[in-house]
Structures are given as C-alpha cells and as structure tokens.
Ligand binder design. Structure first.
Ligand code: CO
Length: 305
C-alpha cells in the first residue's frame, strides 16, 4: 500500500513537473512571438497645421499645441505643417525644422509609437486637408497590407468646419467672443477662401452667424463671400464701425497684410475708403479657448473617447 502510494505520488510528481516544464516552454515561446509581433503601447498625438511663416501666426499654432498638451499630459505631442513653402521659409529664415505629416509620422512609427491621433487644425475640408487625409490613409494601408510600417492604430480628426454642429458651435463661439465689438458695429471675419468646393463652408458659417446676430459678416480673400459681397451686405446696415478679424487658425501673413495691412488694397484701407472706421484685430481662431475646445472635442473623437 505504502509503495503503491509512493509510486503514484512519484508518477504524479513527474507528470506535474513535465507539465510545468512544458507550460513554461510554451509560455516562453508564445511570449517571444508576442514580443516580436506587438511592441508595448505608445500613444502619440500629431498636431497638423497649414503653418505660418511669421512669429505672430506661430503663436496661434503653439496655443493649440499647448491646449492639446494640457488635455493629454501623459501623451507625447508633436507638430507638423502641410505647407512646404512655409516649412522652407522657416528653415532658412528661423533655422527651425518642422516636418511635413508624412515625415513626422514615419519618425513616430520608427520610434515605436503604436497608436497615433492626428489633429487637423485646418478650418475647412479643402485641398490641404485632403492631402493630409491621403497621407494618414497611406499609413493605414501599409499596416493593412501586413508590413511593419504604420501603426496599430492611426486616426485623423475632422477639420474645424465639417458638419452642421460645427457651424453652430463655431458661430456660437464667435458671437460670444466678439459680443462687445458686435454691440459697437459690424464684425467682419475674413477667411482664406479657396477654389475647392469646400469654400462653401464660409457661406454656411455666415448663415449660422446671422441666425444669432445680424452684425457678423464673413468674407474671404480667395473665395466666396468676396470683399464685394461683404461691402454689399454692410451697405444694407447702418454700421459704420467695423472690427476686422481673420477667420483663419492664425493671425499671420494674410492678417497682417491682406486684411489689416498698411497697403492701400488691404481690407482695412479699402473699408476706410468706403467710409467705414475699421479696426483690425490680430487674433487667430487658434488663440480662442472656445475654438481650442472645439478642436479638443474632435481629437477625443479620434481616440474614441
Ligand atoms: Co494664402
């Protein structure tokens, strides 16, 4: 009985040891396979702007970047520009290298980032945004094809004005932000404008603003509504005082030249020529906390939050 028990015990012990050894071998092998296939999770955010060549404009981009850093203190936040002309200008004049999105994302993939949210700070879904979308899609496709390039996850936010809620929210933010100026006269917001169909966003923003206040006007430098459209609309009111603002992420080159510049053909001087007392304000949309909140909401969507 005793021997038999002992024999059973020994068999049991041998069996257990063998099972344990086999288990650790399997665990070691699967662990190795796991390590080779998926790196530890590393989240990153890439803030993408068209870019600005002047320090005043760069302030608005930095303001957005800092708002993102405050909202995501444990996540690395990087910056890329989509305008090559601006990046070259900054590199040669300010000795500062800013990457374009494809390069910034390649570096992040190489440095082991696994999950990346790309925050577009473009105002409308125009050509610049579509280029960015193509780059992000490229990184998605690389991973889908089974290469080690790309990320476990990459997502891109919608631009500032991309759906009905966005027009409502931006209009609300602008009406609240410039309520004082609207009490004293007209507030004219000047967007960039484009040949691209998304130029229609500026007219939609105008409609959303007029639903809230008759004193807000939207114009664009290169699209519709034009300067002439704004003059026509202003002429229908009794406003003789105008606050001029850029409806762009930054108050940069366009704000300091085309809109509020000294040249006779700046919007400020053209309006003065028509009898309006115009005061340019050099504040980009990115400098408004209410707009930063809008962008942060779009970033949260990318993370599925
Ligand atoms: Co331009």
């Amino acid at each position: 009985m005793y021997r038999s028990n002992s024999g059973t015990f020994l068999r049991f012990a041998r069996c257990t040891l063998f099972a344990a050894a086999l288990f650790s071998l399997c665990a070691a092998l699967s662990g190795a396979a796991f390590a080779a296939e998926s790196a530890p999770m590393k989240r990153g955010i890439l803030v993408v702007a068209f870019g600005s060549s002047v320090p005043e404009g760069q302030e608005a981009i930095a303001a957005v970047e800092n708002a993102v850093k405050r909202a995501y203190p444990d996540t690395e936040v990087r910056l890329a520009f989509t305008s090559r002309i601006i990046m070259r200008k900054i590199a040669s004049e300010q000795d500062r290298v800013i990457d374009e999105p494809a390069i910034a994302l390649s570096k992040m993939a190489y440095e082991g980032f696994t999950h990346v949210a790309v925050l577009s700070t473009h105002v409308i879904p125009g050509a610049e945004y579509q280029d960015l979308e193509a780059v992000v899609d490229g990184f998605k496709i690389m991973r889908e094809r089974g290469t080690k390039a790309g990320f476990d996850y990459i997502g891109l936010s919608n631009p500032l004005l991309s759906n009905a809620t966005d027009f409502e929210r931006l209009a609300q933010a602008l009406v609240a932000e410039y309520a004082d100026a609207a009490r004293q006269g007209a507030v004219v917001l000047v967007g960039h404008g484009t040949h691209h169909f998304s130029d229609a966003a500026y007219s939609a923003l105008q409609t959303a603003l007029w639903r809230k206040s008759p004193n807000f006007f939207v114009g664009t430098i290169e699209g519709i509504p034009s300067y002439d459209d704004v003059i026509t609309q202003l002429g229908k009111t009794k406003n003789k005082r105008v606050t001029l603002l850029p409806a762009m992420l930054v108050a940069g080159d366009h704000a300091y030249n085309d809109i509020g510049g000294e040249e006779p053909d700046s919007w400020a001087n053209l309006l003065a020529g028509k009898g309006y007392a115009s005061t340019p304000k050099f504040v980009g949309l990115g400098q408004l906390e209410s707009v930063q909140r809008l962008l942060l909401d779009k970033l949260r969507e990318v993370w599925g939050e």
